[in-house]
Ligand binder design. Structure first.
Ligand code: ADP
Ligand code: MG
Length: 260
C-alpha cells in the first residue's frame, strides 16, 4: 500500500561550531491516509526533530540530513524546492505546535492571518475568505467568532489561541496534521476540549495525524498506531492495542509501567 508519508532511514543532526551532533538515527516509518500515528518517547528523544523534518521546518542552527529521505505522496521532501515546501505546508500538511505563538503573528489580526493562508493556497480574495474564516472559527469552537475577526492574538486566551491555530492548520483541508504536544501548555480541562476537537476534525476530514505526546493515556484514546522513540532511535512501532497490551521492547515496557 502506498503511504501518504514515508520516512526512510532518516538521520538528522545539527552542526554546531563545525561539529555535527546526530539526534535522529536511521528511522523509518510510514503514515497512511486517514491514519493517526502517535510518536511517543521521553523529552529529548527526537520526536519534534522527526516531525519537523517532514516539512523541513528546522533551520537553526544548520540542520543536516545525513541519510535517508522523507516522501510525501511519493515525492522527496529533501529534494523539494522552497516554494514546493511552502505549498505543501497548508495544502497537504497542517502543523500545530505546543506554543501557538510559534505560528501566530502577533502583529496581524486573526482575519488577516487566516485570509493570507486562504489567499496563498486557494487564491481567495479577502471578501471571499470571510465566510470561510467564520465557518472555520465556528467549527473549532471559538465563541463569538464573527465579532472577533479584527482581534490580535494577544487578545485571546491560551485555549482560544490553540483553537485559532487549529483553524489555521486545517482551513485548507490538508491530508496530514502534525500536532506536536498541542495541549501541553494548556489547563487540564482545556486540554480535553482541544483533544476532542482534534479527534472530531480528524474523523470529519478523514485526515491523517502525526500526534506527538508524552501522555500515554491520550495516545491510547487517539492513535491507530504508536511509534516509540528512544534517544533518536525508533525502537518499536505497532498498532495501538497490541503495543499497550504486549509491548515488546524493554523501553516501551518501561514507559508503559511508568504510567500512573
Ligand atoms: P523531543 O521532541 O522528543 O523532546 P527534540 O526532537 O526536540 O526532542 O530534540 C532531540 C534532540 O535534538 C535534543 O537533544 C535536542 O537538544 C536537540 N535539538 C533539537 N532542536 C535542536 C536545534 N535547533 N539545534 C540543536 N539541537 C537541537
Ligand atoms: Mg518536542
Amino acid at each position: 500500500m502506498s503511504h501518504l508519508v514515508e520516512v526512510k532511514e532518516l538521520s538528522v543532526g545539527f552542526n554546531q561550531s563545525g561539529q555535527t551532533r546526530q539526534v535522529v538515527h536511521q528511522i523509518s516509518f510510514g503514515i497512511q491516509k486517514g491514519e493517526v500515528l502517535a510518536l511517543v518517547g521521553e523529552s529529548g528523544s527526537g520526536k519534534s526533530v522527526t516531525a519537523m523534518s517532514i516539512l523541513r521546518l528546522l533551520n537553526e542552527p544548520p540542520v543536516e540530513y545525513s541519510s535517508g529521505d522523507i516522501y510525501l505522496s511519493g515525492e522527496s521532501v529533501l529534494k523539494a524546492s522552497d516554494s514546493q515546501l511552502r505549498r505543501w505546508r497548508g495544502d497537504k500538511v497542517g502543523v500545530i505546535f505546543q506554543e501557538p505563538m510559534m505560528s501566530l503573528n502577533p502583529l496581524h489580526t486573526i482575519e488577516k492571518q487566516l485570509g493570507e493562508t486562504l489567499f496563498i493556497h486557494q487564491g481567495l480574495t479577502a471578501k471571499q475568505s470571510r465566510p470561510k474564516i467564520i465557518e472555520w472559527l465556528n467549527k473549532v469552537g471559538l465563541r463569538d467568532a464573527k465579532n472577533r475577526l479584527k482581534d490580535f492574538p494577544h487578545q485571546f486566551s491560551g485555549g482560544e489561541k490553540q483553537r485559532i491555530m487549529i483553524a489555521m492548520a486545517l482551513i485548507n483541508e490538508p491530508e496530514l496534521l502534525i500536532a506536536d504536544e498541542p495541549t501541553t501548555a494548556l489547563d487540564v480541562t482545556v486540554q480535553a476540549q482541544i483533544l476532542n476537537l482534534i479527534k472530531q476534525l480528524q474523523s470529519e476530514l478523514n485526515m491523517a495525524v502525526l500526534f506527538i505526546s508524552h501522555d500515554l493515556g491520550v495516545v491510547k484514546q487517539l492513535a491507530d498506531r504508536v511509534a516509540v522513540m528512544e534517544q533518536g532511535r525508533l525502537v518499536e512501532i505497532n498498532d495501538c492495542q497490541s503495543l499497550f497490551l504486549n509491548p515488546e521492547h524493554a523501553y516501551t515496557q518501561k514507559l508503559i509501567n511508568a504510567e500512573p
